[in-house]
Design a protein around this ligand. Sequence first.
Ligand SMILES: Nc1nc2c(c(=O)[nH]1)N[C@H]1C(S)=C(S)[C@@H](COP(=O)(O)O)O[C@H]1N2
Ligand SMILES: [Mo]
Length: 379
Amino acid sequence: MTLTVPGIDPDARLAEPDEGFAAEELRLASRNHAMPMEAVRWDVTPPGLYYLLVHYDIPLVDETSWRLSVRGCVQRQLALSLADLARLPQRTVRVTLECAGNGRAQLSPRPVSQPWLNGAVGTADWTGVSLRDLLADASPQTTATDVLFTGCDHGLERGVEQDYARALSVADSLDADVLIALAMNGQPLPPQHGFPARLIVPGWYGMTQVKWLRDITVLDHAYEGFQNAVSYRLRQDPTEPGEPVTRIEPRAVLAPPGFPDFMSRVRVARPGPVRLQGRAWSGWAPVDRVELSVDDGATWMDTELGPELGRWAWRGFAIAWDATPGRHVLRVRAHDLSGRLQPDVPPWNRGGFANNADQPVEVFVLGLEDTALPGASGE
Ligand SMILES: Nc1nc2c(c(=O)[nH]1)N[C@H]1C(S)=C(S)[C@@H](COP(=O)(O)O)O[C@H]1N2
Ligand SMILES: [Mo]
């Protein structure tokens, strides 16, 4: 059933050519913040710097009455309290999450939605119970094909009233690293990141990581609900069914070099050696190469990869750059072991999903005569 509410357009919209950012995009952007790009310097993203995306409202969950139910096509139904879950064997996995809409604001035409540049990403140590242990306890029937995860949050999306819910195949649910996470970086989940429990499916885009989880229902058919069948599909035209959005495409980002101008945020650097660094990740396979291009976007040089921080975590890279006075454009791009490479032309679809095109970073390198300024530190 579709609800019609006066003043709410139930259709997803594309911005007109040259249309400025709309009030609805500002409202979303001021709630759902990106990770400040300088935070890529931390292996694990400090609390509060982690990107945030919430479709509806952050629910206030009472942990004493909260239960996680496991039901549907199972031999044994479960209803677990937070204390029950905390008593089960715990596992910690370091995972980089990224919103599927990261990069959307750079598209043309621009899908009107959360207008991400490239900071909808963060890495955390997630601790919780392996979903497969819970499922083993509930003992799925042989007819089980899919698992549906439902959150406590409720809203309206393109005319469809719903609790946020996403399904995953049984096969994808059984990896030991798929967690019902109770903690982020060793602390109980913050309210905005899903307290008291959330799903973590390493390698998959953010929409899969259901927060404020309250129910797990095992299904014997494919789920046709909104967040699987209507949203998060790659479509050129609104009438096609489209392919589902799944795993994270490779991306590399730079820690912004030099220092920023307030308020343009244009980067300014001093001439001489600059150590460029950043992070790269892919949900398909480990990143095995990150390249840098200076100015031409055509010739690329290899950067040096940092240590692996875990199969599902981003990886650092660094390279020395001899900054010469004038304007420069830096680009980085990631390759992964599946053979995927970040494109230079943004892949476009109606939802603005999975735009992993490399994004140029403009830097103005000062002249030698400017180097004696107060506070000059050379970085
Ligand atoms: N219940 C619920 N889970 C949710 C969402 C939501 O709105 N409600 N947003 C999803 C999306 S689109 C993303 S990108 C991630 C964001 O996780 P974070 O805010 O912890 O970074 O949560 C996902 N899980
Ligand atoms: Mo997202």
